[in-house]
Design a protein. Structure first.
Length: 320
């Protein structure tokens, strides 16, 4: 009886230790998740909050996470600033900079730059799909001489840093007479994004059964019809990944846009935002408001396509 009691007691103690270990493990994961969430969300929260604050409130100590007197003056200044108009403290608030908000004297209306960024990103997305989808399908489903070499070449192009491509790109763009044009950005962004788009789509197409392609060919579909009618509906998650990657890359790109654009007619949003920090009278409230506007389009695109990112589209595609 004593041995049985000791065995039962030992078993209970073991299960208790196991339960406590699982609880401790869960608490560690929860604490890590909370810290990571705060680390990711805190800067965005401060960006949004400070965009509604005056300059004096932003630099106050301790910082105000919730504005005492929320204001839309920062956003109004973004949309009402006129070209070639120098904006001073008096035209902004009529007060000393330390007492209230102000915007830099280099401030310009951001709408043209946002429009340029949107046009460039949209064209890059469309052209990436038009070029990348057929290329990835051909590499994945058509066996031809030099296929493996083509795939390796695409991968090699992705390890070349962008800074190494600036001078060759500049010489080509100048030769084509496309300097200070949004089309120069579209052309150079395609050279940077198409290889990665092809790689993403290639991996997905190779994961789809070859029987789908053979069945479509037996039913009388051409290669193009098989791609459009069979593979594209099944590859929505990869297409969305390409759309998000190319749009965000084009929207946020700075180096090439800095090199190839000189005037406001072609400058994108990152270039104009960087110009605000070069002024001696930097307005953090104005810059943060501009930053909020800069993240709105990517967030909208991500929200629209979010359900396609996690959804599987191959379920039931092949009948066994």
């Amino acid at each position: 009886m004593t041995d049985v009691s000791q065995t039962r007691t030992g078993g209970i103690d073991y299960r208790r230790r196991q339960r406590l270990s699982r609880i401790a493990h869960s608490l560690v994961i929860l604490a890590g998740a909370i810290v990571l969430t705060i680390y990711v969300i805190a800067p965005v929260t401060w960006l949004v909050s400070s965009s509604f604050q005056t300059e004096a409130e932003i630099v106050s100590v301790p910082p105000h996470w919730i504005p005492d007197e929320p204001t839309l003056q920062n956003f109004e200044a973004i949309f009402t600033a006129q070209e070639e108009e120098e904006i001073t403290y008096e035209t902004r608030s009529g007060q000393d900079p330390a007492a209230g908000g102000f915007i830099p004297s280099t401030a310009k209306n951001l709408l043209p730059a946002m429009w340029n960024s949107f046009i460039v990103a949209t064209l890059v997305v469309i052209l990436n799909l038009l070029v990348g989808v057929p290329a990835a399908y051909a590499l994945a489903k058509i066996r031809f001489w030099g296929r493996d070499g083509s795939v390796y070449f695409i991968l090699i192009t992705r390890v070349i840093p962008d800074i190494a491509l600036v001078v060759p790109f500049f010489l080509v763009i100048r030769k084509l007479g496309m300097l200070d044009s949004i089309f120069s950005l579209v052309l150079t962004y395609l050279a940077v994004t198409v290889p990665f788009s092809v790689f993403i789509l290639l991996q997905y197409f190779e994961g789809l059964p070859d029987e789908l392609d053979k069945a479509a060919r037996v039913d009388g579909c051409s290669r193009f019809q098989a791609l459009v009618r069979v593979f594209l509906p099944l590859s929505l998650p990869s297409l969305v990944a390409v759309v998000l990657f190319t749009f965000l890359t084009s929207w946020n790109e700075f180096l090439l846009a800095l090199m190839f654009t000189q005037t406001e007619a072609s400058q994108t949003l990152p270039i104009l935002l960087a110009a605000f920090t070069s002024d001696f009278t930097i307005s953090f409230s104005f810059i943060n408001a501009a930053g909020v506007l800069a993240i709105v389009p990517p967030v909208i695109v991500a929200v629209i396509f979010e359900r396609y990112i996690v959804s599987g589209r191959t379920a039931g595609a092949v009948k066994g």
